[in-house]
Design a protein around this ligand. Structure first.
Ligand code: ZN
Ligand code: ZN
Length: 330
């Protein structure tokens, strides 16, 4: 007698459960607005990420914004967007209508310069970041001395174009206006707090890391704990890609990393993830970001780092080197 209602409930839920189990995986649409880890002010870290088929997404870091949008428009990567403004340029319309929020990993200038520059002509948006990062923006950037206060905290008057949205570490937070949610994981960037953002459009997930050093030389366990957190997604094949920095080639010694990774350390960290997960990472897309350009007459650091990554690719992941206006569906 008491079991009947339970059975009835289960039967009613069966179509939903079946739908969930056969739901098609949906990819992420990534447009690189800026790829470099410094020096080149026309292409500093900025990645526009949307759930496939959606016009709304987030900008992970904002080192280069308007220049990156113009370049990407010219390259034709926004052809699928329905742009219809009679008054705005395509890049203006994408800035206003497509970027729903900024996710800022840390407040180094190569991650925020484009945001500061575009802010007077931007529409109201949240800046979603760890509390320490938002506090630096409010105190040291949008403070009327470095730049007008475009935020909703700090020195008055507050123009409030941007709403500081402090993320609680690891807590899933919906991103308003999109189907995405984000979880922030603190990273150790040579003693500076940086952030990894796990974006999910259930059940699909994408992991974007801001600048980070490797665990061992920093005597830290931030990356190890991040890998532990994403293990269920790796095992269930819901993790579509990892976007991770590799600032320098293997010739840089550990004492000169300044909180960054080399191909050697990228491999070591991926091996750690694979070991914890207990499943192969073979063919997992790994997008390499934040390569530092050089002024020396030598091989392009992007090519050199790609060669070194492939030479030591023990996990069999699929390395993709970020480049401005590169359009990925992962
Ligand atoms: Zn950086
Ligand atoms: Zn940095």
């Amino acid at each position: 007698m008491r079991i009947a209602p339970v059975l009835k409930g289960l039967l009613a839920a069966l179509p939903l459960l079946l739908c969930a189990s056969i739901a098609q995986a949906s990819d992420f649409d990534i447009v690189v607005l800026g790829a470099a880890g410094g020096l080149d002010d026309g292409t500093l870290s900025a990645y526009l990420i949307r759930p496939e088929g959606s016009d709304k997404g987030v900008l992970c870091d904002a080192g280069t914004v308007l220049h990156g949008l113009k370049d990407a428009v010219k390259a034709g990567v926004f052809k699928t967007l329905s742009l219809k403004s009679a008054t705005l340029t395509p890049e203006g319309e994408i800035l206003h209508a497509t970027i729903a929020a900024y996710l800022i990993s840390h407040a180094h200038l190569d991650h925020i310069a484009g945001l500061v520059a575009i802010s007077p002509d931007d529409t109201p948006k949240p800046i979603m970041a760890l509390a320490s990062v938002n506090a630096i923006l409010a105190e040291h950037i949008f403070n009327w001395q470095i730049w007008p206060n475009m935020g909703d905290k700090g020195v008055k008057p507050r123009l409030s174009t941007y709403r500081y949205d402090d993320l609680t570490p690891e807590k899933p937070t919906p991103i308003s206006g999109t189907s995405l949610q984000v979880q922030a994981y603190p990273l150790n960037h040579g003693g500076v707090e940086s952030t990894a953002f796990l974006l999910t459009s259930s059940p699909d997930a994408l992991l974007y890391l801001g600048d980070t050093g490797p665990d061992a030389p920093q005597h830290s366990d931030h990356l190890h704990r991040l890998w532990q957190a994403i293990v269920p997604l790796v095992r269930q094949k819901h993790l579509h890609a990892i976007m991770i920095e590799c600032s320098y080639d293997n010739s840089i010694s550990d004492s000169h990393l300044y909180g960054h990774l080399t191909p050697h350390w990228v491999e070591a960290e991926l091996e750690d993830l694979q070991q914890i997960a207990g499943v192969s990472l073979k063919n997992l897309p790994v997008v390499i970001t934040h390569v530092k350009p050089t002024l020396r007459r030598q091989q392009d650091p992007v090519l050199r780092i790609h060669e070194e990554l492939e030479a030591g690719n023990t996990t069999g992941v699929h390395f993709i080197m970020a480049a401005q206006s590169l359009h990925l569906r992962l």
